[in-house]
Design a protein around this ligand. Structure first.
Ligand SMILES: [Zn+2]
Ligand SMILES: [Zn+2]
Length: 278
């Protein structure tokens, strides 16, 4: 959801759409200083979410964050912005901040261990700066342009370094498909999430990003598509949404295109119709 126009307006739009959980950027995802929130506006948003049982609120950190940067000034800035977003999330009553891990430099070796060491150092510095209750979630990526955290093995190596109450994971279906996990076949779903459980841990998983993919399986490219209209397809999503191995009440967030006025409404109706309610 967009927060242009304020938090109360965002909450009203979420209610109109029939959202059960919401993700926002707390600041411009492309750059610039974060604006302080208006306390009254935030209080009215919180009250609306309480009344309509919309939870959790999830914050997505800006895209320019690179916790693996070889440029120390850029890495310090990423640490600062991420710690600030965790603080801003707490002000908003959000439970989670989702971030992409970052990417290697083009001159670095194929082996990612040096880059992962920088990421671990960065996250430790974020956790030293922000000590509150909001949990940091590391999101899997499609592996586009030396991005880290695409393979479950790599995400698992990272998340297990940190206290489980401070750092967890977010699983994006489009990113996983782009990397090469074939979520389009309902017969694969159990095996894919069992692998996730072994290598990353389903107990670390707090949020699922439900996005279909415009790009081919294993293309290492990330372009989101409307639910059911991309490579994963409706049957893939039916199996993912109804997978019984997740924690109860797993929030599903869509980051699908908004190319038509009714796009959000349509995608929400599609995923709700796929859900088998007991
Ligand atoms: Zn993301
Ligand atoms: Zn995502």
């Amino acid at each position: 959801m967009s927060i242009q126009g304020g938090m109360e307006k965002m909450a009203k739009t979420a209610i109109e759409l029939g959202c059960e959980t919401v993700q926002i950027f707390s600041r411009s995802p492309r750059g610039g200083k974060a604006k302080p929130f208006d306390a009254g506006d935030v209080a009215r948003m919180k009250q609306l979410f309480d009344e309509h049982d919309i939870r959790p609120l999830v914050i997505h950190a800006p895209y320019y964050i690179n916790l693996a940067s070889v440029d120390e000034a850029k890495r310090s800035y990423s640490i600062e912005v991420l710690a600030e977003d965790l603080t801003r999330a707490e002000v908003l009553g959000a439970s989670f901040v989702v971030t992409h891990i970052g990417h290697k430099h083009r001159d670095e070796p194929e082996d990612s261990s040096q880059a992962l060491c920088r990421v671990i150092d960065s996250i430790n510095r974020v956790l030293d700066t922000y000590a509150g209750p909001v949990k940091l979630l590391l999101e899997n990526t499609a592996g586009q342009g030396r991005e880290l955290g695409s393979a479950f093995e790599e995400l698992g190596k990272l998340v297990h370094v940190f206290p489980p109450d401070r750092v967890g994971t977010c699983f994006d279906t489009s990113h996983a498909f782009g990397w090469g996990y074939d979520l389009s076949d309902p017969g694969n779903i159990d095996q894919i999430f069992r692998a996730y459980d072994q290598l990353v841990g389903l107990e670390t998983l707090e949020v699922i990003h439900l996005n279909d993919s415009k790009m081919a399986l294993g293309s290492r490219r990330d372009r989101h598509e409307h639910i059911g209209k991309g490579g994963i397809g409706l049957e893939g999503f039916r199996a993912i949404i109804n997978y019984t191995g997740f924690k109860p009440d797993m929030p599903g967030i869509m980051e699908t295109p908004t190319d038509t006025p009714a796009a959000d409404e349509d995608n929400l109706a599609t995923v709700k119709a796929l859900r088998i309610t007991a």
